[in-house]
Design a binder for this molecule. Structure first.
Ligand SMILES: [Zn+2]
Length: 472
């Protein structure tokens, strides 16, 4: 059945087919796009008025690289074997940046290309190095504008000539230099949308997917200035207009892109996760040291990242990696280079750590809702899943991997000033190309996007994919 359908599509790649454009806005919370800045986003709200929209639940964890990969594959992080920006490989305590080839399942554009149709995949994490099909431009993990980051390779010079050197990300976005960050952000967002509009107009892809990392960087830098629910928000603060201005820019660029779409085009605007005010940090490795799980040969004199600590591996049973959530790794014998925890003791140690972390409360007496997630939460556990993930106070606190704080709680991130942490819900808006208008829907899942795209593009739907087809 599958074979027959693919053959038919390949013979008739365009006849009567819908085009699909996916505008990915990294880290947009429903409250900001749907309510707080609604008046700044007329194009988005026009799509909502004639389509289906709502808050969309992200992956566990709600982190950029696994979230986008899961959105377009319909597989969970365990099935893909990718749990964050980095992936851990055997024989080393170090982690490496995720590359497209690390993912264990195809995304929808692979299958589209396989039946002779044309996808354009622009800035979608992870997409460096670019894969050799359709049209590709590498994501924010592209090392520099000079790194080969497009397919076909000739496209790189063409885009640079037209739009200037590629802005894959904003430099040092966790800093106090908000005027510089704001200016760079606007230029990057404009460039990304302008490239997408150009590709859409000149290459006529069957599917165009673009992701702008701009909103994520904007929220990390500006959240305390734009979200009245942030404890540090000041109504008359110097950046009180910044949220309106940036969301208006996003909407303006969405409008320009939509001008290149017709009645045959279904447009989806989607976010990989949302954002919420960051209330502080929990020093995960300080806690492991305090409870005797992590042993150092020497406690550092200043705040030091995990990779630079003098760890006594011969007496260390667990260590943690920081980020939006905490990731605990056991120093497992036979898996880690100097592992000491025998396999038979693994489960009991995981239970003990989960118990201890779930009871970790703020010293000011605040009860924290720490969510602990074991690898069994996934349908598969390929690659190297963390032995435990912990979401401190749901996601109100980040996990800090560094040591030297001499305390368990800090007021901010150990990687520079930070206004927000990631949150479970991003946005989803879909309209056009004949899809029904269902209005607001409240049970959207990130996995729905893959199934919906397959349906819209008439690709075979696999029964074991997660999510629901929202185009019905
Ligand atoms: Zn993200």
């Amino acid at each position: 059945m599958t074979h027959v359908k693919r053959k038919r599509d390949a013979e008739n790649p365009k006849g009567g087919m819908r085009r699909v454009v996916v505008i990915g806005l990294d880290c947009v919370p429903p409250r900001l796009a749907f309510d707080l800045f609604a008046r700044d986003m007329p194009h988005l709200h026009e799509l909502m008025a004639r389509g289906t929209w709502g808050p969309m639940h992200s992956t566990i964890p709600p982190i950029t690289v696994p979230a986008w990969a899961c959105m377009f594959s319909g597989r969970d992080p365990g099935e893909l074997g990718v749990y964050g920006f980095q992936t851990r490989k055997g024989g080393s305590y170090r982690a490496e940046l995720v590359r497209p080839s690390d993912l264990r399942a195809e995304r929808v554009w692979h299958e589209l290309a396989a039946v002779g149709r044309k996808p354009a995949v622009l800035f979608v994490p992870p997409s460096f190095p670019p894969e050799a099909f359709g049209i590709q431009v590498g994501c924010f993990l592209t090392p520099s504008s000079r790194s080969p980051h497009t397919y076909p390779p000739r496209l790189q010079a063409e885009l640079e000539q037209r739009f200037g050197p590629y802005r894959m990300d904003v430099e040092d976005f966790r800093s106090d230099d908000l005027d510089r960050i704001g200016a760079e952000l606007r230029e990057m967002t404009c460039q990304h949308f302008d490239i997408a509009s150009h590709i859409l107009a000149h290459e006529q892809p069957d599917l165009l997917v673009m992701v702008d990392i701009g909103p994520d960087r904007f929220h990390h830098a500006f959240y305390q200035h734009i979200e009245p629910r942030h404890p540090q928000y000041q109504e008359d603060g110097p950046y009180a207009r910044a949220g309106h201005d940036y969301y208006a820019l996003l909407d303006h660029k969405i409008g320009q892109l939509l001008a290149h779409t017709g009645d045959d085009t279904t447009v989806i605007v989607a976010s990989d996760h949302g954002a919420r005010p960051l209330l502080g940090g929990v020093c995960l490795n300080e806690w492991l040291i305090e409870h005797g799980y992590l042993r150092l040969r020497e406690y550092p004199k200043r705040v030091t990242p995990l990779s630079e600590l003098a760890i006594d591996w011969s007496r260390t049973r667990a260590f943690g990696e920081g980020g939006y959530c905490g990731r605990i790794q056991l120093n497992l014998a036979g898996r880690e280079p100097q592992g000491i925890v025998p396999e038979h003791a693994r489960e009991a140690l995981v239970v003990e750590l989960a118990q201890g972390l779930s009871e970790l409360d703020h010293p000011h007496g605040k009860r924290l809702r720490n969510l602990i997630v074991p690898p069994s939460a996934y349908r598969g556990t390929y690659g190297r899943p963390p032995d435990l993930q912990v979401f401190f106070d749901d996601l109100n606190y980040r996990a800090l991997g560094s040591v030297g704080h001499r305390c368990l709680f800090t007021a901010t991130n150990d990687r520079g000033p930070d206004g927000c942490n990631h949150d479970w819900h991003g946005i989803f808006v879909m309209a056009g190309g004949g899809v029904p208008a269902r209005g607001r829907v409240d049970d959207l899942q990130i996995y729905d996007v893959a199934k919906t795209l397959r349906s819209l593009l008439q690709l075979p739907g696999y029964e074991d994919l997660l999510g629901s087809d929202r185009s019905l």
